[in-house]
Design a binder for this molecule. Structure first.
Ligand code: FE2
Length: 136
C-alpha cells in the first residue's frame, strides 16, 4: 500500500503539519524500500532516521500541549509512548532478521496504520484545540 501526504492530514498548525509531512514521506519511502533489491541498507537508514525524527516530533507536540494546558495531554502522551515501544520492536526485528516480509507487515500495521489514524484523530483534536487557543 502506498503512503502519501495529502492535505486531508493537515491539522492546521504549520509546525506540526510540516513534521507530519516529513514523517509520512519517510514512512512512504520505507514501505517502498521493502520491495527493492537495496532494501537492507535503505531500510536501516530510514528506521534510524524515523526513530530519531519521531522522538523529536512527539516532543514538539507534547511541549505545545503542556504550554497551552491541553486537557487530554496524558492520554495523548500515552499513545506516543505506545508507538515508541512498538517502533523499538521493529528495530529489534530488523536487527535480528533484516528487511523481511514480516517486518514490512509489522511496519504496515504499527507505523502506517497507526500514524494515519493518530494524525486523523488525536492530532486533529489537538490542532482544533490549539487553533481555538490562538484565536482567543
Ligand atoms: Fe500526536
Amino acid at each position: 500500500m502506498s503512503v502519501e501526504w495529502n492535505s486531508t492530514l493537515e491539522i492546521g498548525i504549520p509546525e506540526i503539519d510540516e513534521q507530519h509531512k516529513e514523517l509520512v514521506v519517510a514512512v512512504g519511502r520505507l514501505m517502498v524500500s521493502f520491495g527493492e533489491n537495496t532494501a537492507e541498507e535503505e531500510v536501516r537508514r530510514l528506521l534510524l532516521f524515523l526513530n530519531q525524527y519521531v522522538t523529536d516530533h512527539f516532543s514538539t507536540e507534547e511541549a505545545l500541549m503542556v504550554q497551552h494546558g491541553y486537557p487530554a495531554v496524558e492520554g495523548h502522551k500515552a499513545r506516543h509512548a505506545e508507538f515508541i515501544a512498538s517502533f523499538r520492536r521493529l528495530i529489534d526485528e530488523f536487527k535480528e532478521n533484516g528487511a523481511t516480509t514480516k517486518l514490512a507487515q509489522m511496519t504496515q500495521f504499527s507505523v502506517v496504520t497507526w500514524l494515519l489514524n493518530h494524525i486523523g484523530r488525536e492530532d486533529k483534536q489537538l490542532g482544533a484545540f490549539l487553533k481555538a487557543e490562538v484565536a482567543t
